[in-house]
Design a protein around this ligand. Sequence first.
Ligand code: CP
Ligand code: NVA
Length: 330
Amino acid sequence: MTLKGKDFLKLLDFSSEEILYLIDLAADLKAKKKAGIPHRLCEGKNVALIFEKTSTRTRSSFEVASHDLGMGCTYLDPSGSQIGKKESIADTARVLSGMFDGIEYRGFGQKRVEALAAYANVPVWNGLTDEFHPTQILADMLTVREVFGRLKGIRFVYMGDSRFNMANSLMVGCAKLGLHFTACAPREYFPDPALVSICEELAAQSGGSVTLCENPEEAVRGADVIYTDVWVSMGEPVEVWEKRVNDLAPYEVNSRLMHLAAENAVFMHCLPAYHDKETDVGREMCERFGRENMEVTHEVFESKASVVFQEAENRMHTIKAVMAATLADL
Ligand code: CP
Ligand code: NVA
């Protein structure tokens, strides 16, 4: 199998075999890194990292992975480049294609990363859009496989706003890889029916399933993984907080819900998470709405069941696999 020259824009563009190939490659590169074995598979190449939204994990992963693969990387921050303000996506794509061997893009609509890829003649990687966050799902699946030793048949429950990047991408990833995916949210937060029906078809082929459920207790009963994300995503206006907190409060991941899950169930979160008042936004919103946390309690976040930091580390190994697979002759 070769993915050389391909873009990585969304998981829907990849077969389950290709996704598993990337997860296997990430596991191999992780083992090499731990053993101190050099893997400079992209020696002498250069990549551009465009971030129109902020980031800790994704940016660090692309930068560390680039160095480990023998590449240089240039970070273009949300305010320090011409993109969108003085230069179109199409022009940016052609300028950067002349200097770099690959381009990462984090920003708003999926259409923007798709346009970048259409005009670039080097691989483009999606580092998060409003609709999809595909590199996160590779890390999540590597983590689930490390914990349970398998992906097929895992009962995976996503709690919270199921219309945005995380739920969308997890639903596609689970459907492609044969997991049983449940999105648990109030009905108005259910994912786009068109995407649900695509995922139902994919799940029928992989042996997985897709379920939408409004009742948290019912959704988590017997679950292997309980996953959540922030209730208000990057780019959303501050005005949405009040309704979001009121609507999603019953979907907070707490010890009561964890106890209803399977005995060895794990808690996952893409991060960053509002599990306490140790951040400016977390403190402000918790005080405004009289809460100690938002989407997950501090107790669950810090519990033995929480694999969030293993998951965060796996961002780097999986992003490295995406760059190596699309740039190098493997
Ligand atoms: N999970 C994730 O994408 O984190 P960052 O926003 O810090 O990149
Ligand atoms: N849904 C979140 C994911 C962050 C990794 C956001 O878009 O802000």
